[in-house]
Each structure stands twice: as C-alpha cells, then as structure tokens.
Design a protein around this ligand. Structure first.
Ligand code: FAD
Length: 529
C-alpha cells in the first residue's frame, strides 16, 4: 500500500472520458463525422460556448488547432512554453508604423492557459456605448449579462488575490497607489488556491488557475462533447446560404509529426466560431463570407511596462503573477495600471545595456519590480488572411493613444520612485535607459510620441467582425449569426464593437455564454438564425 503522501495528485485534465479526445497528431486516416454544433476554438469563448450547448442537450464537437498540453507537463522552461502553447512561438506581430508583438495561446484552453486569469465584468459605460452608438439596443446589457457573470464567477472561483500570495511586487504597488488615493485593489482572478508561483505565463503547475483546459473543456467532455485537438479549421462549408460544417486538417507544431489528415465535420444545427479576434475573421474571409465590416475595426489594448530597481528584495518570482491594479485613470486618461511578474528570460529581453552591464543588471533580478499599463487605444486596424494560412494584422496607434501611453509611463515612474526605486528603466527609445531621480520623470513626459519608441505588447484583442443590426457597418447580427449566412455564428471578441479598458476574458466568456444559450434555445425550437 502506498503512503498517502506519495499518492499522485490528480488534475482535472488527467481524467477525461474515454474516446472524448481525438488527437490530430496521432490520426492515421481522414476523419468524417456529424454533430449538432461544431465549435471552432477551445479558448475563453469556445470552451464556454461548447459547455453551454452540450449542457442544453445538443451534440458538440470542439475543433482546436493546438495540442492539449496537460497540467503535469507545465514547467519552468519559458522557451518550451512559448514554442508549444503560443501561436507562431510568440513571434506574431501587428504591422503598422511600428511592429507590435501579438501574443495568443494556441493549445486547448487557448490564451486562458497562458494568461493571468484577471476577471473584470464589462464596464457599464462600454455596454451603454455599444447600445447607443452601434445599435446593439438591449442585446448586451448588464441585465442580460448579469446571470452569466454570476455563473462564471461561481464556476471559476473568482476571488481577490489572497494576502499570503500577494508578494512584494503587488503589495508595494498597492500601498503606494493607495497613498496617492488612486482607486486601486487586489486583482480578482479565476483562482482556486494560487500558491504564488508567478508562473501563469508557462501554464499553472497546480491547476489553481481556472483556465479552460482544466474547467469548461473537461466539463463539456464529461457531458458528451468531443474535442479534436491539433486539428485546424481551414474553412466553414456553406450551402445555399447556410453553414453546414467545417473542413480542416490535422496539424502539429513539430513538422516531423504532422500527419496532414483531412477533417470534415458536418453540423446539423450550426457552426460556432470562437477562434479569437484574429483567426475568426480570417476563417470567415477564407470561407467566402463577404461583409463590409469583416476584417475592419480591429482594436487592441497596447500594453507596456516600466522596471524599477530597489535596494531591498522584491522577489517577483513569488506572488500572483499579476496581483494588483488601478482603474483610476481608465475613463479620464484611457489606461489601466497593473503589476506583472516576468521570468528572468523575459526581463533580460527588456533590460538596457549589453555585455557586463547587462549581466550586472540581470544579477539584480531579485530587486526588480515591473509595473505596467494597458492603454484603451482608439486606433483601428485590419485583419486579413495571409499566405500560408496565417493572418496579416495591421494597426497604427494614434497620436491620442501615444499621449495616453506617455501619461501612463510618467504615472508608473512616479509610483516606482514613491515606492523607493533607486533606478527606473523606462525602455523608451529617446529617453535615457536609466532614470535615477524624480526630476528625470520629465524626460518621459517630454518623450517621443512615436509608437516605434515604445516596447508594446498586445494580448487583448477586439473587433474585426463587429456586431450590429446593419450589414453595411457590421459583420455579425444581433442574433450572433453572420449577416447573410444562416447557422454561422460568432461568439468571441471579434464581435465587440470596441475595446473595453479592462481585461477582456470575463466579458468574452459572459457574452459567449449568453450567445450559446440563445443559439441553443433557437435550435431546440427548430428555428435557424
Ligand atoms: C499572455 C496573456 C495574458 C493575458 N491575461 C489576461 C488576463 O489576465 N485577463 C483577461 O481578461 N485577459 C487576459 N488575456 C486575454 C485573454 O486571454 C483573451 O482575451 C481570451 O482568452 C480570448 O478568448 P478567445 O476565446 O477569443 O481566444 P483564445 O482564448 O485565444 O482561444 C482561441 C483558440 O482558438 C484556436 N484556433 C484559432 N484558429 C483556429 C482554427 N483555424 N482552427 C481551430 N482552432 C483555432 C486557437 O488555437 C486558440 O486555442 C491575456 C492574453 C495573453 C496572451
């Protein structure tokens, strides 16, 4: 008999129903099958939609381009995580006046596997704007969304970061933001027992982070759904103006394992696209959907961070990866402040200097804090299919976006000096790489307004198949169906008319849940959208 302490811990992605997972990397023949609904993508939107549809009694197939990387495979190796779980090994970029790196998950659970699990309900001012300016009327009001938020919060265990895993990076930010009377707090996250390993980005090693690969995907499979992993959807099959299935092929991140089998799935009741704001519009365009707004109005929250070096230990490697935030400036200046812990490999990529100078700086890793901003930018861009099956994404930040960015940087610099930072490393071209006194902050305030001078990253994506009643200005109707094509639905943030100014996963899931409930009801009643 084994000792209790040696009993292996079981994770929710360990025990999956027999036959529920079809691994494209192991397929030896082409696949044909029939379901009520095909859901494309297993991230925030797809997992929730699939779970809702199967719970309503419909048969469901989820098709996911990436592999299923299980909890017990998550490690500390950042490069391995980037290669296995991120699209294009994290080498995607938005083109425009600058190249802006674009990060997306490409695995079962999508970006929820590699994200920080921060949960924010959609701000009411955003919903009011959608209703008034974009004709959404009562489709997406807080009254309609509230029960979906409540269920998600219960299922995914949304709670404030526990004090014992707050860590110094988060704690210092909170203390000094509050001293300045900024509206600030501990983050609320999908968290069931975070141990503060600061490894959200590599995949949570304890499954405490309630990403989709350990929650709604296994739950949907237990209710009878099937998932086709490492299977990429190339196009939606349409006949006589109605979606009837999907066509795709098996894939692999390792070219030696690619089997290239054809996947043809028939959908009796509909195809639900949840492949993300970049891939959903591309699938639609490849499938021959023509809508004026398709691929247009793409938006992001450009994010960037400043590092501060302290004399005292910060130890970013302990604590919630992102644990403290302030929405004080969301409406007045269009940015949200956040803490973030980055592993040494990613910090090294941002440090000023080279050779011995760089090595000395990296030796200070234990004394570095990183505080960041997500900017609610106004720029709109485009998403188009690219050669080789990818996407070409274009967007250039506006002057107003750059003013907001610069203000966010000065605000962070002030907070870092308040907290006792000896040096600040702003990482802005044209501003000295090391600032040593408060007087230096004016160098940021007078710094460039050129997006090429800043090290942005985009992880929050919106639009490109926006919702609205008028096919001339939107791609998706108020019933979540693509204008002009019956039974072809979009449930991810492609349909959002604008960005939010807060982290998007919670809004995406609540809207996907609401959409899938309505789609399921109509299908049960025998009505096509
Ligand atoms: C590093 C990082 C940190 C983040 N932190 C937070 C946070 O803390 N809080 C928050 O609210 N948001 C956060 N976000 C954003 C959030 O994760 C995303 O907004 C959300 O996951 C998007 O949901 P989605 O379902 O649209 O797309 P995803 O979750 O990205 O899922 C889309 C899935 O579709 C699959 N897919 C794409 N194309 C195809 C195809 N042709 N065939 C089959 N499958 C396909 C993809 O492989 C992917 O798995 C973060 C994002 C990143 C990258």
């Amino acid at each position: 008999m084994s000792s209790p302490s040696l009993d292996p811990i079981r994770f929710p992605d360990d025990d999956l129903p027999e036959g529920a997972v079809v691994d494209g990397e192991r397929l030896t023949r082409d696949v044909k099958d029939v379901f009520d609904f095909i859901v494309v993508g297993s991230g925030a939107a797809g997992a929730v939609a699939a779970h809702t549809l199967v719970s309503a009694g419909h048969s469901v197939a989820i098709v996911e381009e990436g592999p299923w990387v299980k909890t017990r495979e998550f490690g500390e190796d950042v490069h391995g995580a980037l290669r296995r779980m991120l699209r294009d090994s994290a080498m995607q970029a938005i083109e425009g006046r600058s190249f802006l790196p674009l990060l997306q998950g490409r695995c079962v659970g999508g970006s929820t596997v590699i994200n920080s699990a921060i949960a924010w309900r959609t701000p009411e001012d955003v919903l009011d704007d959608w209703a008034a300016r974009f004709g959404l009327g009562k489709t997406l009001t807080m009254r309609e969304l509230e029960p979906h938020f409540a269920t998600l919060e219960r299922d995914l265990h949304v709670q404030a970061v526990e004090l014992d895993v707050l860590g110094n990076n988060n704690g210092l930010f909170l203390q000094h933001a509050r001293t300045r009377n900024y509206q600030a707090g501990r983050m609320h996250r999908y968290d069931n027992g975070c141990r503060g390993s600061a490894r959200c980005f590599n995949g949570c090693p304890t499954a405490a982070k309630r990403g989709m690969s350990v929650t709604y995907v296994p739950a949907a499979l237990k209710r009878g759904a099937r998932i086709f992993t490492s299977c990429r959807v190339d196009e939606v099959l349409c006949r006589f103006g109605r979606a009837v299935g999907i066509q795709g092929r098996s894939t692999s991140s390792d070219p030696w394992r690619a089997t290239n089998r054809r996947i043809t799935l028939t959908a009796r009741k509909g195809v639900v696209l949840a492949a993300s704001t970049v891939q959903t519009p591309v699938i639609l365009q490849r499938s021959g959907v023509r809508a004026m707004a398709l691929g247009e109005h793409f938006q992001i929250h450009p994010g960037l961070g400043l590092a501060g070096r302290f004399d005292t230990p910060i130890r970013m490697e302990f604590g919630a990866t992102q644990g403290a935030e302030s929405i004080h400036f969301r409406r007045s200046h269009r940015f949200k402040l956040e803490t973030i812990a980055l592993p040494p490999e990613l910090v090294a990529a941002r440090l000023p200097g080279a050779g011995a100078e760089l090595t000395n700086r990296l030796a200070d890793y234990g004394n570095i804090a990183i505080w960041a901003a997500q900017v609610r930018s106004q720029a709109q861009g485009t998403v188009r299919p690219a050669w080789g099956g990818g996407a070409r994404v274009r967007l250039t930040l506006t002057d107003a976006d750059m003013v907001a960015t610069r203000t966010a940087c000065t605000t962070i610099a002030e907070l870092l000096f308040d907290a006792g930072a000896r040096e600040i490393w702003p990482g802005i071209h044209g501003v000295p790489s090391v600032l040593t006194s408060r007087a230096d902050i004016k160098l940021i305030a007078e710094g460039p307004l050129d997006p090429r001078a800043y090290s942005f990253i985009a992880t929050h994506l919106f639009g490109a198949a926006r919702m609205g009643p008028d096919p001339r200005s939107s791609a998706v109707g108020l019933n979540f169906a693509v204008h002009g094509t019956e039974r072809l639905y979009v449930v991810d943030s492609s349909l959002f008319p604008t960005n939010l100014g807060v982290n998007p996963q919670h809004s995406i899931m609540a809207i996907a849940r609401l959409a899938a409930s309505r789609i399921a009801e109509r299908a049960s009643a025998g009505m096509a959208a």
